[in-house]
Design a protein around this ligand. Sequence first.
Ligand SMILES: Cc1cc2nc3c(=O)[nH]c(=O)nc-3n(C[C@H](O)[C@H](O)[C@H](O)COP(=O)(O)O)c2cc1C
Length: 357
Amino acid sequence: MDDPAKKPWRPGAAAAMLGPAMRKRFFLPAAPAGAAGPLPFAADAPWLAPLAGYSDLPFRLLCRHYGAAVCVTEMVSAKGLVYKSPGTGELLRSLPEDQPLVVQLFGAEPEVLGSAVRTLRGAGYAWFDCNMGCSVPKVMRQGAGAALLGDAERALACARAMIAEAAPGRVGFKLRLGIDRERMVLPDLALRLEDAGAGWLTLHPRTARQGFGGSADWEEIARLAARLSIPLLASGDLLTAQDGIRCLAETGATALMYARGALHDPAIFAAHLALSRGESPPAPDAAALRAMIGLHVRLAREHGGSAGALLKMRSLAPRYVRFLPGVRVLRQRLCRCTDWQDLETALDEFLDSAGLP
Ligand SMILES: Cc1cc2nc3c(=O)[nH]c(=O)nc-3n(C[C@H](O)[C@H](O)[C@H](O)COP(=O)(O)O)c2cc1C
């Protein structure tokens, strides 16, 4: 299966292909007006999860079109921000219609994370999340992401530094269960984060060692939800809107965020909202698929930010039609597309010939 979790777009891949003349210098875009508005925490207000390499501005706008109530950026290196690493600011490009937006940071040093929040606050950003769940070795080796779960005192120092720089209730923390089954951190770390002034928590109930293996243990979400006074967002194995509704009912989580479910089908948000209203989600059809792909291409074209947007879309578009015959040929054809017109023609011709109802 063409699972993007297994074959992620590498952030920076486009820049590497562009050549030195076109590579970006550090630039921190100001947050759009309205960035400080409230965050909804409710069963009928589904969030888009942070997705490194994917939850960029065009994809966030696409998900919002289908009803995502809040979007989280790709994880942003706190060090990259503080030391003005080229490309870091790119991850923060936004628009007024891309609100409310939560900026997710990763890092391991309290002073660097605090300083990153201070910088972002200065640029108008209002909502932050700290990544305490990424199990990718490159991140964990720096002591960041899920590695923080193995050092509760450091995790709390990072949390306090971020909260001190943001207004109360404006920082969330995204957790896994622990490094492994022998080193579980719940509920202790979660309760201490709540005491420290966390605005909300998100739990992806797998251990770091599990990566994406096995299944998400929703019972852990239910246990934590029963202990917390602040909102708890559920994450993990929410691959369809039906999964999301069931997870909320079974766990008592305040809200949820869709990750791989949204990557495979951004219209998952519309389906979630329909189910929340007690209605049946619209049946997927050829016209809806064409409209969704067309909208993503248009948003990437308008807001993708650089020539890299075309390269990225060449690898993203086939994922939406991965279940149709001939996708391999489509992928090969897209690889040869050198402009947006080529890409749109290739997609149109593929959809015309796919024999969709
Ligand atoms: C491609 C990909 C990129 C991800 N990037 C991030 C990230 O930047 N920060 C983060 O906290 N979690 C990240 N995650 C984890 C998701 O936000 C989510 O917690 C996880 O996928 C579990 O939800 P799901 O099983 O419904 O996909 C990523 C997951 C995937 C598949």
